[in-house]
Ligand binder design. Sequence first.
Ligand code: ZN
Ligand code: ZN
Length: 338
Amino acid sequence: MVVIRQDLATRDWTIFSTERSKRPKDFRHEEGKLGSKGKCKDEYVESCPFCKGNEHMTPRELFSIREDGEWLVRVVLNKYPALEIKNFCGPVTRHIKGPYLSMDGIGSHEVIIESPRHNDDLATMDRRNLENVLLTYWHRSVDLSKNEDYQLIIIFRNHGIEAGTSLEHPHSQLIATPFVPGYVRNKLYESQRYFDNFGRCPYCDMIDYELKDRERLVYEDEKYVAFTPYASVVPYNILVLPKKHQANFVEASEEEIRDLASVFKVVLAKLYYLLDNPDYNYVIDSSPTDKSGERHYHWHIEILPRLTTRAGFEIGSGVTINFIFPEDCARHLREVKV
Ligand SMILES: [Zn+2]
Ligand SMILES: [Zn+2]
């Protein structure tokens, strides 16, 4: 059973999904099968539900990209979902008990299996594979955006144990939620306030400045730019943005998504070689589904390497302490030839 409860004082939502505690962990491998970073170097692992040949081990397939009958990227429902697909008609139900508000834990929690091969890595796979992964994100976003139950679609990747992944096979995830979290609302509110003050999208202004200044620039091409943000929250924090203003990821055309693969590949490879395949999270940060076309928000991919741990001060204040300036991170990243 999944339920979403709201804190009375902060209005923050918490999802309670008890099934998830049964999730398997597959990081314990037999000796002799590990690569240099303690990861499995085999292309096929018998017990892995995401490996080619083990398709029967996953829940229902929702989408795939295929070539000559073989799948290259597959999307399946998460076996241990944080939110569940609705099995009734009508809107998502809200409940009030005493002073407290909760709602049904409705949503879509999907796994994007990025390769049929267990030992593939997003940072080193060829450009076409990466293009297919990004196209899959886009196709699923376009599809889910049409569902009125969902307000926000979050696509994310947890790479490595420090980043919270439970299965080693290369995969990312998507969760569509029936509400917009306060954290996201606050970002939208602040960017709208910036728009009120200056009549411009804050992300477009950042892009203009970073392209002129170039101190924090990591990489750019005709359509996309990657830089380390001025107030980076962690070392090697990177944003990848379209140069053209687009509030929601689904506003990008199929061709623009294909082009995103070039910049994204360079950025991931630079991180991989500079920091020796670091653990990281990335998130596609996009406007809520009904805010597509807004002039003050601008979708982007945020990459957060896991080189530090959030401690008491960060949790208590929401303020992070960073130990390296983004200008230095950008310079180191620019120096890595990929
Ligand atoms: Zn596998
Ligand atoms: Zn913009």
